[in-house]
Design a protein around this ligand. Structure first.
Ligand code: HSE
Length: 335
């Protein structure tokens, strides 16, 4: 790979901006550590008019074809909401020989397997750390560092918005709608927050973990998926008086070769490892058969935590390009 790496961003909402400004604020960071300079050469958006005031608006285009037609673009970073056009854009990018990095959980839960197969065929890498648990490096930790252990169970808080709302309802006594509005203003919630509060977002993330750990997903129709919309302030307060908390918990377990999963509100007491996970934090409790229980926690949503996960993927891809052997997780087909 050449010394200067040209990248394209697909989508320029909260996360896209987080990537752009992280690179701008730390212009020498990647060249110092890995030896490549990074230049954002194209930003593909849906609505040009929303970005008129952007300082570098010559980079903005609605024409994805310009990315595909530009052989100088090495890596495509995608942070669009929903399956399409993200899946088509990324498939075309792979076929054009470009590495891809995605934060798109809905798209990756549906099409991750297909994209990984395609990436092997075209000898490019896929980074998908940002799809699951925001800034927590759970994908690379599990993919790289849980090779010997068999993971028996995952118990997790995977949606920052839901956890933020439940925390604000309990601690600040805020009504659901006000807490949701705050989560939107802080850039945690999706533009349409239905997926956050109805449990779909956590569900997609859990399916990605299932695919990564077990090479398969549970039958989607067998998964009990409930959101947080029916939880009342009174319930939260009553449990709080008993030192209990309602948390929105995603769990996945392998029993007798069958994967079972659920995504739903659960009442937990103070000894539970997810009890103290508050606000926008996410956490993933991993139960390995040799190591025992490990909990990873950190910011689960927001511009910079998600950008951080994508930029760490970018560094892994650059490292694997620089070394003769590829990076284990990124070169490994997880399916
Ligand atoms: N809306 C998501 C959340 C963003 O609240 O967790 C991070 O995937």
């Amino acid at each position: 790979m050449k010394k200067k790496i040209k990248i394209a961003l697909l989508g320029f909402g909260t996360v896209g901006k987080g990537i752009y400004y992280s690179l701008k604020n730390h212009p020498k960071r990647i060249s110092k550590t890995i030896g490549f300079e990074i230049e954002v050469v194209s930003i593909v958006v849906k609505h040009l008019e929303k970005h008129q005031d952007f300082e570098d608006n010559k980079l903005i285009t609605t024409d994805f074809e310009t990315v595909i037609q530009n052989p100088e673009i090495d890596i495509v970073l995608e942070a669009i909401v929903g399956k399409e056009p993200a899946f088509s854009y990324l498939s075309q990018s792979i076929k054009a020989g470009k590495h891809i990095i995605t934060a798109n959980k809905e798209m990756f839960a549906h099409h991750g397997e297909e994209l990984l197969e395609l990436s092997q065929k075209h000898d490019v890498n896929i980074g998908f750390e940002a799809t699951t648990a925001g800034g927590i490096p759970v994908i690379n930790t599990i993919g790289k560092l849980f090779q010997f252990n068999e993971i028996k169970k995952i118990t997790a808080i995977l949606n920052g918005t839901s956890n933020y709302i439940l925390t604000q309802m309990r601690v600040q006594k805020l009504p659901f709608n006000i807490a949701l509005k705050q989560a939107q203003e802080l850039g945690y919630a999706e533009a349409d927050p239905t997926n956050d509060i109805e449990g779909y977002d956590s569900f997609y993330k859990l399916m990605i973990l299932g695919q990564l750990i077990y090479g398969k997903q549970p039958d989607w129709s067998s998964v009990n998926r409930e959101g947080i919309v029916n939880i009342t302030a009174k319930e939260i307060e009553d449990y709080n008086l008993e030192d209990k908390r309602i948390k929105h918990i995603a769990s996945l377990e392998l029993q007798d070769n069958t994967l079972t999963a659920s995504v739903k509100p659960v009442v937990i007491s103070s000894e539970h490892p997810l009890y103290s996970i508050e606000g926008v934090e996410n956490a993933v409790v991993i139960e390995g058969d040799v190591v025992g229980q490990i909990t990873l926690s950190g910011p689960g949503a927001g511009a910079f935590p998600t950008a951080s996960a994508m930029l760490e993927d970018l560094c892994l891809i650059l490292q694997s390009e620089r070394s003769t052997t590829s990076s284990p997780i990124l070169a490994k087909a997880i399916l």
